[in-house]
Design a protein around this ligand. Structure first.
Ligand code: C5P
Length: 218
C-alpha cells in the first residue's frame, strides 16, 4: 500500500512547524519535525563535549543516538532516554544544528532515521530537504516561506511570550545567517522542489495557510 506523504520545506521561522502539526492533526497522519533530529544531534554533541572539527566523532555520536518523539499537543523528545524537550527549542541549539547540518556524512546517517517516520496512514514531514532528498517521491509538496523581517518578528514575539529575553535585531541577523548557511551548503541545500506549491505566508494567517495546504491534498 502506498503511504501518502506531504512535505513542507522552507527557511526557519516560516511557520512550518505550526502548519505541519495542524495539517497532520486534521489528516490524522504522523508528523516528522526533521529539524528536531538535527537539533537532538546538536544536544548529543554538546553533552559529549565533542569538538565540531572532529567529523568522525560526530558521526559516531549520530549513529549511536536513540531518539523517541511523542507528539500530542506539544512535542516531547527523548535522547537516549533523557527528556531534552526544553533544550530543543533554544536558539543556540538551532544554530549548532545548522552548523552540523552542512556535513554530508551527518545527513547520510540521519536520512534513514527520518524515512522511518513514514508509516500508515500517512506522514506530514517538515524541514529543508523533505521534498528534494528525504521523500522525493512525495505526491504533495509545499515550500513555505515569509520575509526575513516577518520571520524575525514572529520569533521575537514567541520568545517574549515565553518570558525569554530577546533582541529583534539579533534575531533577524541570526535568521539571515542561518538562511545563508542552509541555502549555500553543498549537501541538500534549501531549494524549492520543482513540483512544490510555493506559499509566502508573510501576510497570511496561519489558518489560511493550513487551508491552502489541505486543499492541495483534497
Ligand atoms: O527547522 P529547525 O530550525 O528546527 O532546524 C534546525 C537546523 O537544522 C536548520 O537551520 C537546518 O540547518 C537543519 N535542518 C536541515 N535539514 C532539515 C531540517 C533541519 O538541514 N530537513
Amino acid at each position: 500500500m502506498r503511504i501518502p506523504v506531504l512535505t513542507i520545506d522552507g527557511p526557519s521561522g516560516a511557520g512550518k512547524g505550526t502548519v505541519s502539526r495542524l495539517a497532520a492533526k486534521k489528516l490524522g497522519w504522523h508528523y516528522l519535525d526533521s529539524g528536531s533530529i538535527y537539533r537532538s544531534l546538536a544536544i548529543a554533541l554538546q553533552n559529549a563535549s565533542v569538538d565540531l572539527a572532529n567529523e568522525n566523532e560526530i558521526i559516531i555520536v549520530a549513529q549511536a543516538m536513540v531518539l523517541e518523539f511523542e507528539c500530542n499537543d506539544e512535542l516531547v523528545a527523548r535522547l537516549n532516554g533523557e527528556n531534552i524537550t526544553s533544550q530543543l527549542g533554544l536558539e543556540s541549539t538551532g544554530n549548532l544544528a545548522s552548523q552540523i547540518a552542512v556535513l554530508p556524512d551527518v545527513r547520510r546517517v540521519l536520512l534513514q532515521k527520518q524515512q522511518d517516520f513514514k508509516r500508515p496512514p500517512g506522514l506530514v514531514a517538515d524541514g529543508r530537504d523533505m521534498g528534494t532528498v528525504v521523500f522525493p517521491d512525495a505526491e504533495n509538496k509545499v515550500f513555505l516561506t515569509a520575509s526575513a523581517a516577518k520571520r524575525a518578528e514572529r520569533r521575537y514575539k514567541q520568545l517574549i511570550e515565553k518570558g525569554i529575553d530577546a533582541n529583534l535585531v539579533d534575531i533577524r541577523n541570526e535568521i539571515e545567517e542561518r538562511d545563508r548557511r542552509d541555502m549555500e551548503r553543498k549537501a541538500a541545500p534549501l531549494v524549492i522542489a520543482c513540483d512544490a506549491l510555493y506559499i509566502d505566508s508573510s501576510d497570511m494567517a496561519i489558518e489560511a495557510v493550513v487551508e491552502k495546504v489541505l486543499n492541495l491534498i483534497r
